[in-house]
Ligand binder design. Structure first.
Ligand code: F3S
Length: 106
């Protein structure tokens, strides 16, 4: 399964949503996650993310493995998103900023 990691927080570009064939993405206030029960492991979303935030669960960068469980947990609480939307106006400013987990809104 694929996992959305920290760099999505406050970037939330949603390009990933436009290519997902199974609507596996779920939307929170400032981040998306992938529902591991819906993801079919096709990987088309990975190159679409301008923030490089999506990884195979086996290749999640060190220090970000907590996002595997977070995707599972939050996908059970957040609604499915099936259409791309405009990113936050300051998305570019947050791209690549580290330590964004503290800003995650649930
Ligand atoms: Fe997030 Fe990248 Fe999708 S920033 S919303 S995982 S395109």
């Amino acid at each position: 399964t694929y996992v959305v990691t920290e760099n999505c927080i406050k970037c939330k570009y949603t390009d990933c949503v436009s290519v997902c064939p199974v609507d596996a993405f779920c939307e929170g206030p400032n981040m998306l996650v992938i529902d591991p029960e819906v993801c079919i492991d096709c990987d088309v979303c990975v190159p679409e993310c301008p923030a490089g935030a999506i990884y195979d669960e086996n290749d999640v960068p060190e220090g970000q493995t907590s996002f595997i469980e977070l995707n599972r947990e939050l996908s059970g609480q957040w609604p499915t998103i099936s259409q791309m939307k405009d990113p936050p106006a300051d998305a570019e400013d947050w791209d690549g900023v580290t330590g964004k987990l503290e800003y995650l809104e649930k």
